[in-house]
Design a protein around this ligand. Structure first.
Ligand code: HNI
Length: 112
């Protein structure tokens, strides 16, 4: 995301090293992916409640433009397709797209 959509770097200027694979990028990548694969998956049936605190954090404290959630979702799909070309069937693509869109919608909940 930081490479393909460099405007997203503005939120992470305080990390100093934003190059691909740098320590803070790897660390935060894991944090976000854990947020999706552990937290969001656990709360899949009520994402709005489950991701409420995270939505408030991104809206009020971090002030992340919610358009960036779509950008990140798109990047995650591209990475999955590249890493798992055999497993990334049309069904998996649609299911992941739907799930990531639901996560993005819940994270945007507090902006309204
Ligand atoms: Ni996000 C911090 C989860 C998208 C900018 N983000 C977090 C944390 C989690 C998290 C978890 C750590 C919270 C804490 O410390 O309590 N972020 C997610 C998830 C998504 C997402 C699940 C989307 C699926 N975040 C984004 C996007 C941006 C973003 C798209 C900006 C482009 N997030 C941040 C910033 C921080 C952050 C900035 C604080 C990082 C830091 O180190 O200061």
């Amino acid at each position: 995301m930081l490479t393909v959509y460099p405007q997203t770097k503005t939120y992470f200027e305080h990390w100093k090293d934003l190059s691909p694979g740098s320590a803070p990028v790897r660390k935060h990548g894991l944090t976000v992916i854990n947020g999706i694969t552990v937290d969001a998956v656990k709360k899949i049936y009520d994402l709005n409640t489950g991701l409420l605190t995270l939505s408030e954090l991104h809206a009020f404290t971090l002030r992340v433009d919610p358009a960036n959630f779509k950008i990140l979702s798109y990047c995650i799909l591209v990475v999955l397709a590249n890493m798992f070309p055999d497993k990334f069937t049309p069904e998996v693509h649609v299911a992941m797209d739907k799930f990531l869109a639901a996560v993005a919608r819940s994270l945007s909940e507090k902006y309204r």
